[in-house]
Design a protein around this ligand. Sequence first.
Ligand SMILES: Cc1cc2nc3c(=O)[nH]c(=O)nc-3n(C[C@H](O)[C@H](O)[C@H](O)COP(=O)(O)OP(=O)(O)OC[C@H]3O[C@@H](n4cnc5c(N)ncnc54)[C@H](O)[C@@H]3O)c2cc1C
Length: 396
Amino acid sequence: MTGPTGERIAVVGAGVGGLTAAYVLSRAHRVTLWEAQPRLGGHAHTHELDGASGPLRVDTGFIVHNDRTYPLLRRLFGELGIRAHPTEMSMSVRDERSGLEYAGGRGLSGFLARPRQLARGDYRRMLLAVRRFHRLARDFLTTTDDSEPTSFGEFCAAARFGPDFIRLYAVPVVACVWSTGSAEALDYPARHVFRFLDHHVMLELGNSPQWFTVAGGSHRYVEAVASRVAEVRVGRLRDRLPRRRAAHPQEALMSRTLHRTVTTTTPADRVFAYLADFRNAVEWDSGTVSCTRLSGEGGPGSVYRNVSRFAGREVSLDYTVLTRSAPVLVFEGRNATVLGRDTITITEHGEGARVDYLAEFTFSGVARWLGPLVQPLLERLGDQTAAQLTRALDAL
Ligand SMILES: Cc1cc2nc3c(=O)[nH]c(=O)nc-3n(C[C@H](O)[C@H](O)[C@H](O)COP(=O)(O)OP(=O)(O)OC[C@H]3O[C@@H](n4cnc5c(N)ncnc54)[C@H](O)[C@@H]3O)c2cc1C
């Protein structure tokens, strides 16, 4: 399988990271995927068990994903034709010491599963403290940066969360999401914990995303990717690769991504229709100077020419519509040195909509060496675009 440029590239490790890299690179290059274990998948591991009515496939490790914070994985599954079943993410706690029980992630019925518990002061105090915990954790994220060393236990102590709350709520949450023992839960860096919880919409009550699990087990997507890669070698631990075949060090410099989320009061269907017409980018994208349709009616295959101003220069990219199927829009743009891909996911948010905007850029030629320099400029552009996009959508 030799693509347009046909370089030989080795990808080491066949977890979801290596599999995705191998899948994307295989579009243009001959990829060899090396995996130390005798099976592919890394943490994506499906076990086949004997069930009463035939084989039963059970995932351990990677089990669930959602429709909001996994835009790239969902796109990968879409491209591979992998089906996913809706499922739920919830947490049940039974505390032997106090005898209290509840289920999180199931709304009021979970917290009120044993209504008599409401008469207990320790249970009521825990319920009230959950909101304060969410608020303080979100504040902590906005007022600290990644160098912040405070551990989760230190955070709980400083915020005066008592031992009951820590035992009944704080430790179980962390133990559940990371399949970790309760002893280690308090040692994690607080920022790390909160960023994970925030990313999975677990620092607020309600507003949970829809969770999914891969139909037939996660090995379905592992096999689908492996079948698209030129060469797969398992049971080989690769610490060093032959020099000529080594992955190019500049690969790491070439790609940059930008992710922003905005919400609007305008309903999701109107937002989708507006963003699907890429000519409107001139209103909502702070970099775009002009955007004209060169061909098509706006559906997949249509081409737009987008001229934007970046780092004091005008840059022209021709964008092709790859996906226009609610709730996802994908535009891919290119010129001689830049390949850009915008994935926009529009989901309902209360009466309005939430827009997740993911921009990926791959620089080639001389431009690839500018990769690290452009990130701060991209970040600023991302912030300006998020603000302009919100204004444009609210005005619809
Ligand atoms: C218990 C558990 C449950 C989880 N549940 C979920 C979930 O439900 N949803 C979710 O989104 N995430 C979940 N995660 C996280 C998710 O599984 C990981 O984020 C993801 O699998 C990481 O993928 P990866 O490709 O980076 O690494 P891995 O999946 O760890 O893959 C790395 C691969 O590289 C191989 N390798 C390493 N070194 C070499 C070498 N030198 N030569 C050759 N091969 C090598 C390893 O053998 C391995 O196969 C869970 C994680 C755990 C541990």
